[in-house]
Design a protein around this ligand. Sequence first.
Ligand code: ZN
Ligand code: ZN
Length: 161
Amino acid sequence: MTEFLHSKFKIKIDLITKYGYVAEKKLSTKLIGECGVNLKDPIYVKVCARKVSDDVIVQGEFSVNAVVACARCLREIEYIIKKDNYFRYFKKPYGENINLTESLREDIMVSLPIRVLCQKDCKGLCPHCGTDLNKGSCECSPQEEQSSESVFDILGDAFEK
Ligand SMILES: [Zn+2]
Ligand SMILES: [Zn+2]
């Protein structure tokens, strides 16, 4: 755990030149705080900060693993949150450092998956008895299929008339 950066992700402005300064870090996910999914340490970040007249441009990439529940069967799976077009513009930054922590947090939040499936054709849980249909079938599933088919048959007939 000690190999991860637990303090805020900052770059000293003195180090940044027009040729660029590369910062490559492993950050603790604690810096991001509560975000709705379970992030796994560390967050890999690699950015290049470049001075353009008095301003600073930061470009780079990050990735972090998250544990999320499959939208259909609720099984926990690992998901990689990855962004290779991280970009921030600091207009005439002052002080000792530029702080990238908050912007990184924002980018992770918008990159969070809305809906993830454990496999493309996950069969999900039976809505009646809760059986994981990936592991086997239950008594009620064939009935369920039949009734949904008949609903579509009735609708189909209605539209044809
Ligand atoms: Zn699933
Ligand atoms: Zn069932």
